[in-house]
Write a protein that binds this ligand. Structure first.
Ligand code: KE4
Length: 425
């Protein structure tokens, strides 16, 4: 497949946008080559500027769980846009989507909408610090909670790709309050809690990590985190920007049966428009302005255009819970098929999957944390990524990302994808 137009568009973009992209992972730096430019998408398929059709396995990095241009969401956007897109004044639809989200997700009474997952996680940590009157946080190497300063310490996703997990511009003053633990290593958490008694406001993590590739919490890990938090007056913050409304209607809390104190959302909750949110029981949320002293605000927060898109998406998921079973079946089939082909071809690999999140690691050891993910063979990954792209399959352009399947994928698409792997190796 030739991507001449994408190459020309990339050159033009680089003249006026840093790196030619508005989010680093899109630049293909982790896999080399020139990024594909897309002009449209429908269902499971991307239409590139070079008029190639690609089967899409990132779904805009998660939001489009029912496929691109899902008509109930598009209709909601069209119907809303004609009446005005944002007022900076309360609207009834904000309460409608808030009530629906609270009814779908366990263990939350109230929710505040913002404009991105970064904003949601940044605000959740400020709320945790305000509620507990403590300043330090524990995060996990390789987990990514967006690009606010407190999180760019051994972050995952694009931050890892650029080999600058701890980004310049983050001050030593900020970094000192972010303590770093190892995912799936409860002893690393216990050591930090022991060494920083009475100083830790929260432990924040991706309950299923998706920014080191997909990494599943090992048995007992989340349960022990819950116990540590309860025993030490620490809030447990689940960053469900990826897992929320994807692993189940109630997200990872429902799927894994562990209650967090604060939950953050993004991606799916906006139906493809910029929406984030954070939620908790009333006791905690009452600390948030204007009800309480912890300040947080946003010009476009809760705007009716994004709220109606999100409401249409959540309504569709809430009314069709079989979507989660369908996604589970399709992703399991894909993972099984890829594993069979790679085994047959003698390609060393391990595949991690939970629900419709999965990742392929060219590693002979289990991938259970950032270090083991980093030891996988990236040259094989690059060959895999570009080989699949050549066959018409768009995978995440980094080994430190997850696949996000959408339910518009057909079983024929899954079969095609598995067949494509055979042509790559
Ligand atoms: P945003 O600010 O990008 O909406 O959300 C930040 C965020 C927070 N928490 C988790 C668990 C996330 O995965 C993300 C963002 N995910 C990345 C994909 N790994 C977005 C893609 C990108 O950065 O371009």
């Amino acid at each position: 497949m030739i991507y001449q137009r994408s190459s020309a568009l990339f050159e033009a973009a680089k003249k006026v946008i840093p790196g030619g992209v508005n989010s680093p992972v899109r630049a293909f730096n982790a896999v080399g080559g020139t990024p594909v430019f897309v002009k449209s998408a429908i269902g499971a398929y991307l239409q590139t500027e070079d008029d190639h059709r690609l089967i899409d396995y990132i779904s805009s990095w998660g939001p489009l769980i029912l496929g691109h241009a899902y008509s109930p969401v598009i209709d909601a956007i069209k119907n809303t846009a004609e009446k005005g897109t944002s007022f900076g004044i309360p609207t009834a639809v904000e309460t409608d989507i808030a009530n629906l989200a609270v009814s779908m997700v366990p263990n939350i009474d109230k929710i505040r909408f913002v404009n991105s997952g970064t904003e949601a996680c940044m605000s959740a940590v400020r709320l945790a610090r305000g509620f507990t009157a403590k300043e330090k946080i524990i995060k996990f190497a390789g987990c990514y909670h967006g690009h606010s300063d407190a999180f760019l310490i051994q972050a995952g996703s694009g931050a890892v790709t650029f080999g600058s997990p701890s980004s310049p511009g983050v001050t030593k003053g900020t970094a000192k309050d972010t303590l770093l633990a190892r995912y799936n290593d409860i002893d690393s958490v216990k050591a930090l809690v022991q060494a920083n008694q009475e100083e830790i406001a929260c432990i924040i993590l991706e309950p299923v990590a998706g920014n080191m590739g997909c990494i599943i919490p090992q048995a007992g890990f989340l349960e022990e985190l819950r116990s540590i938090c309860d025993a030490n007056g620490i809030l447990l913050v689940f960053d469900e920007v990826m897992t929320g409304f994807r692993l189940a209607a109630g997200g990872a809390q429902e799927c894994l049966g562990i209650n967090a104190d604060i939950v953050t959302f993004g991606k799916v909750i906006g139906g493809g428009l910029p929406v984030g949110a954070f939620a908790a029981r009333s006791e905690i949320m009452s600390y948030l302005a204007p009800e309480g002293p912890v300040y947080q605000a946003g010009t476009l927060s809760g705007n009716p255009l994004a709220m109606n898109a999100g409401l249409a998406m959540l309504t569709a998921l809430n009314e069709n819970p079989n979507v989660f079973k369908s996604l589970e079946e399709k992703t399991a089939l894909l993972a099984k098929g890829i594993a069979e082909v790679l085994t047959e071809k003698g390609v060393v690999h391990t595949i991690n999957r939970l629900g419709s999140m999965m990742s392929v690691h060219f590693s002979e050891e289990p991938v259970v944390d950032f270090d083991s993910a980093s030891r996988a063979n990236n040259d094989t990954f690059k060959k895999y990524f570009h080989g699949m792209l050549k066959e018409g399959v768009y995978l995440p352009p980094s080994a430190f990302e997850s696949y996000f399947l959408n339910d518009a994928l057909s079983y024929a698409d899954i079969d095609f994808t598995i067949e494509a792997v055979k042509k790559v190796f």
